[in-house]
Write a protein that binds this ligand. Structure first.
Ligand code: ADP
Length: 265
């Protein structure tokens, strides 16, 4: 893995919604591990990309899922022509070479991953590679960032208090109306009037969370709908395809969402 390839040449567009840029810069300066909390599709990944660019740091991103184990992050011995050879995993590469690493949806990964993160998130800043019999001291530029969707706690997937305590947290939510309109217009390449309409639909859909909708329509979904409309697809069908229909299988909720779309368009 060549870290030079993991630097952003161009600025990833990010519209700040509060003081998160300055807060992150200070957390980074002190190498405080950062946890980005918030629902899916609200800008966490884009924010980290923007910050890596702003700070001039290479970024390694790992999308965690239930199959991701500590060995996937740390590394393992693999067979090659000369026998077995150790291969550093993405976490070890970041620790050795001084990159920022973003573990997206960290609670999805197997519980053994938190064991390897703990000694990296306190004053020791070390990564024990048990199988290799080596302990790597983190490069001064190593910075750990994770994301975490608190909505998943309901499904029994929370972060243990002993893990949470090790992070500084930035809370994300869908941007306010004006900011989200700007983002959707920019990202989908549509005019502000249309973007504002999509944002209004999303705002109303998010109110349905109280009626059993797990997550409201995300900023990402609004951008998808905007892209379809920009391509010339009919607005109502684009909204159904990108916004209302993927989000729930419940017939009543879907109808309620479709009614919101029809009322706003
Ligand atoms: P998350 O990581 O929270 O699931 P993303 O960062 O992938 O979400 O956001 C989804 C999309 O929404 C991004 O690709 C980007 O186009 C857009 N987006 C959301 N918030 C912002 C923001 N504040 N500035 C710029 N783009 C944003």
């Amino acid at each position: 893995m060549n870290l030079a390839d993991l630097r952003f040449a161009a600025e990833p567009y990010y519209r700040p919604v509060g003081h998160e840029v300055a807060l992150f810069e200070h957390a980074h300066a002190h190498r405080l591990p950062v946890m980005l909390k918030g629902p899916t599709g609200c800008g966490k990944t884009r924010f980290v990309e923007h910050m890596a660019w702003r700070l001039g740091k290479p970024l390694i991103t790992v999308a965690c899922n239930e199959d991701v184990t500590a060995a996937d992050l740390v590394g393992r011995f693999l067979l090659d022509a000369d026998g077995t050879r150790w291969h550093d995993g993405p976490l070890t590469v970041a620790v050795r070479q001084g990159a920022m690493i973003y573990l997206d949806e960290v609670v999805e990964a197997r519980p053994d991953t938190t064991v390897v993160l703990h000694p990296l998130t306190d004053a020791r800043r070390i990564l024990p590679l048990d199988r290799k019999g080596e302990t790597v001291t983190a490069h001064p530029d190593f910075h750990l960032v994770v994301s975490y969707n608190p909505g998943y706690q309901a499904a029994g997937k929370g972060l243990k208090p002993s893990t949470r305590q090790r992070f500084a947290a930035l809370e994300f939510d869908y941007p306010d109306e004006a900011a989200e309109t700007e983002i959707v217009a920019h990202e989908a390449g549509i005019d502000r009037t249309l973007a504002a309409t999509l944002v209004r639909i999303a705002g109303r859909s998010r109110a349905l969370r109280a009626r059993g909708l797990d997550e409201g329509i995300s900023t990402r979904m609004l951008i998808y709908a905007g892209v379809l409309i920009r391509d010339g697809m009919p607005a109502a069908e684009s909204c159904r395809m990108a916004m209302t229909d993927p989000i729930t299988d419940d017939a009543d909720l879907r109808q309620a969402l479709r009614d919101i779309v029809d009322a706003c368009l």
